[in-house]
Design a protein around this ligand. Structure first.
Ligand SMILES: [Mg+2]
Length: 185
């Protein structure tokens, strides 16, 4: 897996896309306030429809809030994509909310089961962080993930479950800023 940029000493902000940035479970006919609708066709989405000619695959709807990019960049944290989008987030998501290209976690596998009932990302992201402090923002974090990270990660870590009906809200940004203050050198 790609190591983090070691030139940047800030704690990591491990950022999921679907849920925190794209509140995909909001009421289907009502775009949430502050969000814009985008329709995108990343290669991995087209690949999920092998029976359909590429040009006819229905685009994926994304709701994104253009305020989120600047708000994330204002945090004293180093944002890293922590999402099934992997590097496609740099092409299809980041530019729509004003984020520069970010490092991303290249998962060795995805959506697999875990013997301890952890999320499939949990062990991999802890390995990727390699002992650096991190905040993990995701709509699928469960208490067992938080407990496992506390036990196995040697540096400060924050888990921030986000409601996939709402996406990131002001209270979430405030919680991240508060946490960053507690780990500042
Ligand atoms: Mg998600």
């Amino acid at each position: 897996m790609t190591p983090p940029d070691t030139e940047d000493g800030r704690p990591l902000l491990l950022l999921d896309v679907d849920g925190p940035l794209n509140p995909y479970r909001a009421k289907p006919q009502r775009r949430p306030d502050g969000y814009l609708t985008h329709r995108v066709r990343p290669a991995s989405w087209i690949a999920r429809h092998p029976e359909t000619p590429a040009a006819r695959v229905k685009p994926l709807r994304l709701w994104l809030n253009p305020d989120h990019g600047p708000a994330l960049l204002a945090l004293p944290l180093q944002p890293v994509w922590c999402t099934t989008w992997m590097n496609e987030a740099n092409e299809w998501v980041g530019p729509l909310i004003g984020l520069p290209p970010l490092p991303y976690i290249a998962w060795p596998q995805m959506h697999h089961g875990d013997p301890d009932g952890l999320h499939w990302k949990t062990r991999a992201l802890v390995a990727w962080a390699a002992g650096r402090p991190f905040a993990w923002v995701d709509d699928e974090i469960e208490p067992q993930d938080t407990a496992w990270i506390a036990e196995h990660h040697p540096a400060p870590a924050m888990t921030l479950p986000v409601d996939h009906r709402h996406g990131l809200r002001d209270a979430d940004f405030a919680a991240l800023a508060d946490w960053a203050r507690t780990v500042a050198p």
